[in-house]
Design a protein around this ligand. Structure first.
Ligand code: BG6
Length: 483
């Protein structure tokens, strides 16, 4: 059912950047095409360049849409009507006052009621000046509603996340702030809640009495894709675990919310973060890839990537053991791992259930495999439930089979996560956005591991990570399940 959102200005700082051309413009265009947003959703790219005209920017926009595989014929009219460019020059507060006047003029021209989204598609070091500029120029107030969207990373540790929260709260109320974690826009991540809370048969098993442990893996075959400047400062723990993997963990571990609304859902996720035991650096393995091959293509080592220091100690892989210290999960380990230049791209959760206390079939088979629920977030999205069956014939033999569900068999291709998130921003629904208390609690949990990082291990590009990651589970008598 298409949702029509109110007419507004959608203002993107970093308007000439990569995120705008690869994700935001295609998503906004597609939303407009399918009638999900008002035709007077006017997009303003804001950048430093003073000599870019509206027409130049529209040409860039069309090029971006073409590259995204969208029809250039239709986009021309859309660009002419909906897309503008304004410069913020050197970004002094006076420039924001000028921008304010320019935005008001655009609102008059398009007959808009003063609803505004300010999207910070910027590197993190630019967040403070932009938020200050918006606040000091009065752009945080208007005749309609105003929302501000902040891309990740939200801080680089607990202290900087608090400072950023303080700054954004100086000018905006929490109900106006949309902190993006694009994993929350993925259909399969959203479905975790539906799967759990619309299917009571699983919910009854979802606890320390029945679950042995949980594994969450987000594996990437890609490297850092030219982002050394950012990645050298971040590393896998900050880039992936503190946000994306922790959000997935919250969906697996959370209690049933009181209602399916932003406050109730985010309350439950914040409770999980507060129940998570601070991560002990001894429960963390850090790895960095060396030269190797992924899908038969030779890959340079991380330290050989342009812009990476030759003695860099940044991790491109991390594995860890976490404990959720609450009534439901006490004693059930959650193992998380993520890495770059692994053999292939796959994000999968395994929930391994406890084995039968006594095996009736001991004389016939040495061991029975535990029941496992595998939830594949991407690609080849779906579920597999593994269980034991009698193999036909005599003598008695037992083997593992699976019940499968694949999204591709039931649904047309899944929408891009950004489309979902943009529609929610425009519609004013914060459920899929990160709340201030969650982000601070999350950084707190990883503080010790970031402060005193364990030694770096090395793994060859195209393998599943360093030996230490296997040892981490072997110490507990477990192993990573094949992906
Ligand atoms: C980003 C990280 O947030 O997520 C990247 O900065 C990572 O390093 C990307 O590659 C992974 O996203 P996805 O949607 O491809 O799994």
């Amino acid at each position: 059912m298409p949702v029509t959102v109110e007419p507004c200005l959608f203002v993107v700082f970093g308007g000439t950047g990569d995120l705008m051309s690869r994700k935001l413009l295609p998503a906004l265009y597609h939303l407009g095409e399918r009638g999900a947003v008002h035709r007077d959703c006017i997009i303003v790219g804001v950048g430093r360049s003073a000599d870019l005209s509206d027409d130049d920017f529209r040409r860039q926009t069309q090029e971006a849409l073409r590259e995204a595989g969208l029809d250039p014929g239709n986009s021309q009219a859309w660009c002419g009507r909906c897309v503008h460019y304004r410069s913020i020059h050197d970004g002094r507060v006076e420039q924001y006052r000028t921008l304010k006047a320019e935005l008001e003029a655009l609102e008059r021209e398009h007959g808009l009621p003063g609803n505004r989204v300010f999207y910070l598609a910027l590197p993190p070091q630019a967040f403070p000046a932009t938020l200050t500029g918006l606040g000091e120029s009065g752009l945080n107030r208007s005749a309609g509603w105003t929302r501000v969207v902040v891309e990740k990373p939200f801080g680089h540790d607990v202290e900087s996340a608090r400072q950023l929260n303080d700054l954004v709260h100086a000018y905006f109320e929490e109900r106006q702030i949309y902190r993006i974690d694009h994993y929350l826009g993925k259909e399969t991540v959203q479905n975790l809640m539906v799967f759990r809370f619309a299917n009571p048969i699983f919910e009854a098993l979802w606890n320390r009495d029945r679950v042995d442990h949980v594994q969450i893996t987000v594996a990437e075959d890609l490297g850092i894709e030219g982002r050394a400047g950012y990645y050298e400062q971040a590393g896998a723990l900050r880039d992936m675990v503190q946000n994306h993997l922790s959000q997935v963990l919250c969906h697996i571990a959370m209690e049933v919310p009181a209602a399916f609304d932003a406050q109730s859902v985010r309350d439950e996720k914040a409770k999980v973060m507060r129940s998570l035991a601070p991560v002990d650096p001894r429960d963390v393995v850090r790895g960095q890839y060396t030269r190797g091959a992924v899908a038969d293509t030779g890959i340079p080592g991380y330290r050989e990537e342009p812009g990476v220091r030759s003695n860099s100690a940044t991790e491109t892989f991390v594995a860890m053991r976490l404990q959720v210290e609450n009534w439901r999960w006490k004693g059930v380990p959650f193992y998380l791992r993520t890495g770059k230049r692994l053999p292939r791209r796959v994000s999968r959760i395994f929930v391994t259930f406890k084995s039968a206390p006594v095996s009736l079939f001991q004389p016939f088979t040495s061991s029975l495999a535990p029941n496992v629920l595998a939830i594949t977030l991407q690609p080849d999205e779906g579920f597999d439930l593994r269980f034991e069956v009698k193999q036909p014939g005599q003598p008695l033999g037992i083997g593992t089979q699976q019940l499968h569900f694949r999204y591709a068999d039931a649904f047309s291709p899944l929408p891009d996560g950004y489309e979902t998130l943009l529609l929610d921003i425009l519609g004013g629904d914060q459920t899929l956005f990160v709340r201030a208390d969650w982000v601070e609690a999350s950084w707190e949990r990883y503080h010790a591991a970031l402060d005193a990082p364990p030694p770096l291990e090395f793994y060859e590009a195209g393998t599943w990570g360093p030996h230490g990651a296997d040892l981490l589970l072997r110490q507990d008598g477990r192993a990573w399940l094949p992906l």
